[in-house]
Design a protein around this ligand. Structure first.
Ligand SMILES: *Cc1c(COP(=O)(O)O)cnc(C)c1O
Length: 227
């Protein structure tokens, strides 16, 4: 029953991505679905795995470990993205667990990640999170600081920066922020864009999203308490 529901939800999201992509001549195959499994019960996560899904997003390192540390060994094609803020004291655990960190946003973090990857002999990929709404409480580099920060990450730290990520302000049309992020990425010659969630991923697709991060539309309401 649960298996069926999750399988159906994932397939519906893929259909909706395809329908959003086609009028704009975009190839749906280049738009990846990151299933956001934070604060979801284990059986729902397992149902997504049983449905063959392998790309997941988590926003907290510790919670991600409980969901994924053991499963890594069992599913060798698993791909894990960190989509929440990363504190420098969690860098070691994050490098050990994740394949991609979408929330790179400050030089000190870039330094630590580079050092830790060398130590562990692991190569992660990265997105720079941009605070497109310039919100005080939100993580992400400010648009005016992006170019310098990108240069630092790539040329000083040697990080494999693939693209940009944003979380638009809740009270503004997200499409404006998606269009802005796309423009910033083009300016830097970056191809990947992580933008769009359950409520607005169809708006992100025409504006160049290559990764959409969808939680509740796949798994239902988040139920575990915030840790
Ligand atoms: C939780 C979260 C999502 C998924 O949100 P839904 O509305 O459940 O799809 C996407 N991106 C980030 C950064 C998140 O923290």
């Amino acid at each position: 029953m649960l298996d069926q529901l999750i399988t159906q939800n994932i397939s519906e999201i893929h259909d909706r991505i395809q329908q959003a992509a086609e009028p704009f001549g975009r190839d749906p195959a280049e738009i990846h679905l990151v299933s956001v499994s934070k604060k979801q019960p284990d059986e729902r996560i397992q149902a997504a795995l049983d449905a063959g899904h392998r790309l997941f997003g988590e926003n907290m390192v510790q919670e991600a470990q409980t969901h994924w540390a053991e499963r890594r060994a069992k599913y060798d094609d698993l791909v894990l993205h960190l989509i929440g803020p990363l504190q420098t004291n969690k860098v070691k655990d994050a490098v050990a667990l994740f394949d991609c960190i979408e929330t790179l946003d400050r030089p000190k973090l870039a330094d630590k990640l580079a050092t830790e990857m060398a130590k562990q002999g692991r190569q992660l990929s990265f997105f720079i999170q941009v605070n497109t709404g310039e919100e005080e409480q939100k993580a992400g580099v400010l648009p005016r600081d992006l170019e310098e920060f990108f240069d630092y990450c790539v040329n000083t730290c040697g990080l494999d920066v693939r693209g940009l990520m944003c979380i638009p302000p809740v009270n503004e049309p997200s499409a404006l922020h998606f269009a802005f992020l796309q423009k910033l990425a083009i300016g830097l010659g970056l191809r990947d864009l992580s933008m769009g969630m359950s409520g607005d991923f169809e708006k992100a697709v025409p504006l160049g999203a290559t990764y959409v991060r969808v939680g509740t539309a796949i798994f239902g309401d988040r139920v575990l308490p915030v840790r």
